[in-house]
Write a new protein. Structure first.
Length: 742
């Protein structure tokens, strides 16, 4: 994206099929100066537009969308968007029920007359006029949107679903109208006496019903976004400079504001605890059911639940800057993006409607010209036009992407784009950073080996380490405190460069440092060497000139790392460790989690180069990391996977974020990708198969070759089949939401 570019997400009203989204994209690319990209998504009814603000503006974009026959609603018009959506739904429902009210009696009377159910009165000439009276409101009130949409589509240089519906229903309606009018004006034309008003009415009413059901189903696919947005509380208890409390809407809270969070309330924004202690349920963010203890200077996140104590926090992230806001943004971007496989559907849709119109024209010409039967030709033509609406094709990919990314969000796996969701199942190599990714990212006391009797040396060692700020000192101090040993204050503390630290503890001279600093017997040396071979930082502890014990510190592996690697191997992927740590430590950690290939001592730019080198071998690479040093490799990899607890730069350069930091989610992301892609392929197959199989049937190909000599696919059945095909694609995508990804 260019430095001067601006990105805007719009809501688009009025789209009905895949050609609508393509029409808007083409119009924007042709008529918006400085446009860098435009991506219109039918399923989410959104457009993501990137443009140069020096060459264009929002009004230009809005005007072009309007010229193309649609309405653009900007983010700041959120209230308008909701109002317009409700208004449109009410309008569509009213149009459907009006259509149904006129269509049902028309259908019953028409079918009853054909079946001879109502006696001689139903054969009276005035009955056709009654049918006309019942069909006209359906044609021009319920079906008005198809005419308007079709006209705007043709005006912008394309043809969408509305064109097919308007043409198909109009042919049946106008033919029936001609049956009534020709005898009245005494024209010497033989056209038949049977009217097909019920056909035109049923086409419009059934398709209107299908679109309503489709809209309801599409609404369910975006439920993940609504659920996430509803997690955030609406108000916050803000403490002003005078210490007074006032409740403000969350969107009015600013960074630096002091906020009171009471027990049982949701935390309104991201912040740092100033006073108080409590347990916070962070399951909505991390998926972990065990509450997390919070004290002064700990970080808390918006929408998490304060279970016990009273907390005062300082706001550090508000609105879209909160962790929840970032999750919502990522899910929206992923749902609104296009997977590469969508390009297939886009290319087909771009030529589909003109092709169908041509097929319909050929169908009419051949059946009327060669068969001489105008009515048969008309019915087959109408069936072709109505049956072939490309709605299912346009919905096949985006609905599955929406549901797939929503499922991922619930699991704590955030896909930045549809491209990431599609590519994940193609991976064959997973490269891992070590520190903070496979390991916990901080040193911990792992071994305590006494070389004498008693545990007093542990107390003395930890007491000395209180004087040091080194991470290893913190690990020793914390590890010994955890076993319930109280410490004493160190006196005459001194750090000896290159070796360790020393101090006096209640008259005893205590030293802690590298084994080489001390004179150890062979048994002690052997034990120290064993710990070093395990990749641990090893230190001796000397009390009054005698070595009393050995301590070892290491960055422990996460509990889930080994099982995560095992799962990836089962999926046929090769795990590789890339780390800046030394070879010995790296190999030791790798062996414990089951990774055979280790590349140690690499710098950030070398990580990126190694990823690129593997890609040149035609491998599809994922890089998993959490730090700034991983960012180049994350960006270079086919899929960059960031640990949710990692740095901002790692998160920004990744394609997938694992919110919980659980490496097992890498395998889950791959499985979700496979399931989603299978669903997309199923959708595309059935959408294409449906047209390939049924369009020839509607056109009468089978009848022409003698397979079904007397079969005519009635346009009403074609309309029902078209509606069912669109709904089935969406429902098949919704099945994803019930899948259990292990």
């Amino acid at each position: 994206m260019a430095k001067k570019s601006k990105k805007i997400d719009l809501t688009i009203r009025g789209m009905t099929c895949a050609n609508c989204s393509l029409t808007i994209e083409r119009s924007l690319k042709k008529k918006v100066p400085g446009l860098l990209s435009a991506n219109v998504n039918l399923a989410t009814e959104t457009a993501t537009v990137v443009y140069d603000p020096n060459l264009s503006d929002l009004k230009t974009i809005s005007d072009v969308v309007k010229w193309a026959g649609y309405e653009a609603i900007f983010p700041e018009e959120k209230n308008k968007e909701e109002a317009e959506r409700k208004k449109e739904i009410q309008k569509e429902r009213k149009a459907f029920w009006v259509g149904l009210g006129f269509t049902l009696p028309l259908f019953i009377l028409s079918m009853g007359r054909d079946a001879g159910l109502f006696g001689n009165w139903i054969q009276a000439p005035w009955i056709n006029s009654l049918f006309l009276a019942l069909a006209t409101p359906v044609q021009f009130y319920t079906g008005k949107g198809f005419y308007i949409g079709g006209f705007k589509s043709i005006r912008s240089g394309s043809a969408n679903m509305d064109v097919l519906v308007a043409m198909g229903s109009s042919v049946a309606y106008l033919y029936s109208l001609a049956v009534i009018l020709i005898p009245l004006v005494n024209l010497n034309i033989t056209i038949g006496s049977h009217v097909y008003f019920e056909t035109s009415a049923m086409i419009i009413t059934l398709i209107k019903l299908g679109k309503m059901l489709e809209a309801a189903a599409k609404g369910r696919t975006s439920a993940a976004i609504r659920k996430l947005m509803n997690l955030s509380p609406k108000t916050a208890h803000v403490i002003d400079q005078d210490g007074n409390q006032k409740d403000l809407p969350v969107d009015q809270v600013k960074k630096g504001d002091i906020i009171l969070v009471k027990p049982g309330e949701a935390v309104p924004v991201d912040g740092i605890v100033i006073t108080g202690n409590s347990s916070i349920d962070e399951s909505m963010l991390t998926g972990e059911s065990i509450p997390v203890d919070k004290k002064k200077e700990d970080q808390v996140f918006g929408a998490t639940l304060n279970q016990q104590g009273l907390l005062t926090i300082k706001a550090t992230g508000v609105g879209s800057e909160t962790a929840l806001g970032q999750i919502i943004r990522l899910v929206k971007e992923a749902q609104g993006s296009k997977a590469p496989i969508q390009r297939i559907a886009d290319k087909v849709s771009a030529i589909f409607v003109p092709t169908i119109i041509a097929i319909a024209a050929i169908t009419f010409g051949l059946w009327w010209g060669l068969g001489g039967d105008f009515v048969t030709a008309m019915l087959r033509t109408v069936a072709v036009l109505v049956l072939a609406c490309p709605c299912a094709l346009g919905l096949a990919t985006p609905t599955a992407i929406m549901v797939g990314t929503g499922v991922g969000a619930r699991m704590g796996i955030l896909f930045r784009s549809a491209d990431a969701l599609e590519t994940a199942h193609k991976l064959d190599t997973i490269m891992f950073d070590k520190t903070g990714t496979i390991t916990q990212g901080k040193p911990q006391l792992t071994d305590r080996i006494s070389l004498g009797s008693g545990d007093e040396w542990l107390k003395l060692a930890a007491s000395v380490e209180q004087g040091s700020e080194h991470p290893i000192a913190r690990a020793i101090e914390d590890g010994i405190k955890k076993i319930g040993i109280a410490l004493d204050e160190p006196m005459d503390f001194k750090a000896v460069s290159g070796f360790g630290v020393q101090a006096n503890i209640k008259g005893k001279r205590v030293r802690i440092g590298k084994p080489a600093w001390f004179e150890m017997d062979e048994i002690a040396k052997k034990k120290a060497e064993e710990l070093v071979l395990q990749g641990k930082t090893t230190m001796g502890v000397e009390v009054d000139g005698k070595v009393a014990g050995i301590l070892a510190v290491a960055d422990k592996e996460k509990e889930t790392s080994k099982s995560a690697v095992t799962e990836l191997k089962k999926l046929g992927l090769e795990p590789v460790m890339l780390t800046g740590d030394n070879q010995q430590t790296a190999k030791s950690v790798a062996s414990r989690v089951g990774i055979q290939k280790v590349i140690a001592g690499v710098l950030p730019d070398q990580k990126e180069s190694l990823v690129q080198k593997e890609q040149q071998k035609q491998k599809v690479i994922a890089m998993v990391g959490d730090g700034i040093n991983d960012a180049p490799a994350l960006a270079r990899a086919d899929i960059g996977i960031a640990i949710g607890s990692g740095t901002d730069i790692a998160l920004e350069t990744s394609d997938i974020t694992l919110v919980k930091g659980d490496l097992r989610d890498v395998a889950r992301a791959i499985r979700l990708s496979k399931i989603t892609m299978n669903t997309i392929k199923q959708n595309l197959f059935w959408a294409l198969f449906y047209n390939v199989a049924l369009v020839p049937l509607a056109a009468g190909v089978f009848a022409a070759v003698g397979v079904l000599p007397n079969f005519i696919l009635h346009p009403m059945l074609a309309a029902a089949a078209m509606a069912i095909s669109s709904i089935s694609v969406v429902v098949n995508s919704l099945r994803l939401s019930g899948k259990k990804i292990k």
